[in-house]
Structures are given as structure tokens and as C-alpha cells.
Ligand binder design. Structure first.
Ligand SMILES: Nc1ncnc2c1ncn2[C@@H]1O[C@H](COP(=O)(O)OP(=O)(O)OP(=O)(O)O)[C@@H](O)[C@H]1O
Ligand SMILES: [Mg+2]
Length: 307
């Protein structure tokens, strides 16, 4: 099976007036497998849209390569396998959503016997059905974003490249996009999407990459990140039973009449439990204390920016 995305040594330097230069990407390398959902996290100005525009063949890299399904996306035939949501989608706003989506379906050669069904389906999925006959100039920001998402689905591509798909959407819209991405995953599709909100990637991505100032500063599965983030455990014990003095080496976080709460570092957990067992201390509750993805993200960004 072809790799969904391949990014090799991708470098982009924007050249401004009077020789001013912005190094937007500095040797980025990344591979996305078929069927993988990938979250591309980074703060504002990190280089997410530059990467995505290069993937879509909209800007030319200074060095390196950006391939989708092992091809440079320069031809229309290659684009047919890709659903693309740009950063700030804007459409022919005198058209209605229905007219626009029909136009997109034709441009992607959706067979005529499927065309009507696909247009209706994508309008329904994005909850634009009631607005379908209104010109898009009267649409709210979130509705325009929904049209942008609908047009990525219309030709049922294998790879989705979405630049901030949740942007401008209300909580219901964000949840809807997550649902759509999970559904695409079930159907074996690959999704590469950018965001600066960790909450967006937590439930839907197999892996995340963190880009800071044009460099990939972290790349791992969400599962590993969360596991690595375990700092320790809060262990609750029942007072008045057993020899608590045996646990005096551990930090007490709080007590009341009935219980004591200890903070136990991850590495000392087994030792704590066996000490408790040997000294007849009853453990009533164990709670994992972990850094969340947000803390991980902020740490990586700080480190990257300090370099
Ligand atoms: N056309 C351009 N000319 C000059 N500099 C540019 C151009 N486009 C982007 N840049 C610069 O490249 C860097 C990366 O921008 P990019 O738009 O890729 O970031 P981003 O990660 O998508 O940020 P955001 O979260 O704000 O969308 C920024 O410093 C930006 O100012
Ligand atoms: Mg951007």
C-alpha cells in the first residue's frame, strides 16, 4: 500500500521585501501511513499551513519534497484522491451550498448516477440541509467552514488534508468533525489535520506531531504521550488500621478522620503497595496522576522556542 503522505527534508524560506527572510520550515520529515489519523499540532506561525500548502502543491518548497500517495500533487488526477480544506475557505458566495457542492462533484468527475446522492449526503452530514438553497454570502463563519468540510467529502477521497478543520465551529460542530474523522478512520481513510488545540487530537488521532518554529519537536502516539505523562499515583488508605508509620517516607497530600492520601511517584508504586500490604494498611483508592496532552504540548513549545 502506498504511504499516504511523505515529507522529506521540507524546507521553506519566504523571501520578503528588502531581502527579509522568514524560515518557515527547517528540514521537516514525516510519514503518514494509509489509514492513519494524524494531528499536526503547533502554535500560531509554527509552519502548519506552509506544510499543508506545500503538500497541496500551492507553494513551492525551497528544498525537500512533500508527497501525497507517493506523488507530487501537481496534476488534477492526483488531486482526485485528496480532500483538501484550506485555512480560510472562501467560495463563490453567490452560489448556494447545493450549487457549489454540485460544481465540486462535477469537477472531481463524480459519476452522474452518484452525484445527487453525494451532494445530499455531504449537506446532511455537515448539517447544512436547511440552508442548502441559500446563497453562501448569507452564511455565518461556521457555516462556511462546514461547506469547506462538505466539499472534502464529496468525491470520497482516500487522503484528507485539513487545515484547522475545527476552526470557527461551535462545540457541536467540533464534536461533529471529530465524529467524521473517526468515521473516516473506520473506512480506512488517512487524515492529516492541523490544529493548535490539544483537545481536538486526543480522541481521534493515532499519532501527533508537534511543530515549533518550522521544526518537528515531537512525534509519538497519543497513547505513548499519555503513558509517559504519568507522574505518579494518589493512594488513599483507611486510617486506624495497620501501621501507617511504615509509610512515613511518602508524601501525605491530605488527611481527614477516616482516610489519608499519599502521593506516590510512579517508580515507587510497587514499593508502596508492598509496604502497605505487609503492614496491614488498607488501600481504598488509587488514582493516576498524569500530565495531560495540553501540558505536554506547552512543554514542547516552550523547549522549541527556547532553542
Ligand atoms: N506568504 C508569506 N510570506 C512571508 N512569510 C510568510 C508567508 N506565509 C507564511 N509566512 C510566515 O511563515 C511562518 C509560518 O506560517 P504558517 O502560516 O505556516 O503558520 P501556521 O502554523 O499555519 O500558523 P497559524 O496557527 O497562525 O495558522 C510565519 O512566521 C509566517 O509569518
Ligand atoms: Mg495556519
Amino acid at each position: 500500500m502506498k504511504k499516504a503522505i511523505e515529507i522529506n527534508n521540507l524546507t521553506k524560506t519566504y523571501k520578503g521585501k528588502k531581502g527579509a527572510q522568514v524560515q518557515a520550515l527547517k528540514g521537516l520529515a514525516l510519514e503518514i501511513m494509509p489509514g492513519e489519523e494524524f494531528g499536526f499540532l503547533g502554535p500560531n506561525g509554527a509552519g502548519k499551513s506552509t506544510t499543508i500548502k506545500t503538500l497541496m502543491g500551492l507553494i513551492r518548497p525551497t528544498a525537500g519534497d512533500a508527497l501525497i500517495l507517493e506523488e507530487r500533487i501537481s496534476s488534477n488526477s492526483a488531486r482526485r484522491h485528496v480532500g483538501y480544506l484550506p485555512e480560510n475557505p472562501a467560495f463563490y458566495d453567490y452560489l448556494t451550498a447545493e450549487e457549489y457542492l454540485t460544481f465540486v462533484a462535477r469537477a472531481f468527475d463524480v459519476p452522474s448516477n452518484l452525484l445527487r446522492e453525494r451532494v445530499c449526503e455531504s449537506l446532511r452530514i455537515m448539517e447544512l440541509w436547511d440552508a442548502r438553497k441559500r446563497p453562501m454570502r448569507g452564511y455565518s463563519k461556521g457555516m462556511v467552514q462546514r461547506v469547506g468540510l462538505a466539499q472534502t467529502l464529496i468525491h470520497d477521497p482516500d487522503v484528507y488534508i485539513l487545515d484547522e478543520p475545527m476552526s470557527g465551529l461551535d462545540p457541536i460542530g467540533r464534536a461533529l468533525v471529530k465524529e467524521i474523522i473517526l468515521d473516516l478512520k473506520k473506512r480506512g481513510k488517512s487524515v492529516f489535520f492541523s490544529t493548535h488545540i490539544t483537545d481536538d487530537v486526543e480522541k481521534v488521532c493515532d499519532r501527533v506531531g508537534v511543530i515549533v518554529r518550522g521544526k518537528l519537536e515531537a512525534l509519538d502516539s497519543v497513547e505513548n504521550i499519555v503513558r509517559k505523562g504519568i507522574e505518579g499515583y494518589i493512594v488513599q488508605t483507611r486510617l486506624g488500621l495497620g501501621r501507617h508509620e511504615a509509610l512515613s517516607g511518602f508524601e501525605i497530600r491530605g488527611t481527614n478522620e477516616t482516610f489519608a492520601e499519599y502521593f506516590v511517584p510512579a517508580a515507587a508504586f510497587n514499593q508502596f503497595m508492598s509496604l502497605a500490604g505487609h503492614n496491614s494498611v488498607e488501600v481504598t483508592l488509587v488514582e493516576t496522576k498524569r500530565k495531560d496532552l495540553e501540558a505536554f504540548f506547552l512543554e514542547i513549545v516552550e523547549k522549541g522556542e527556547a532553542r
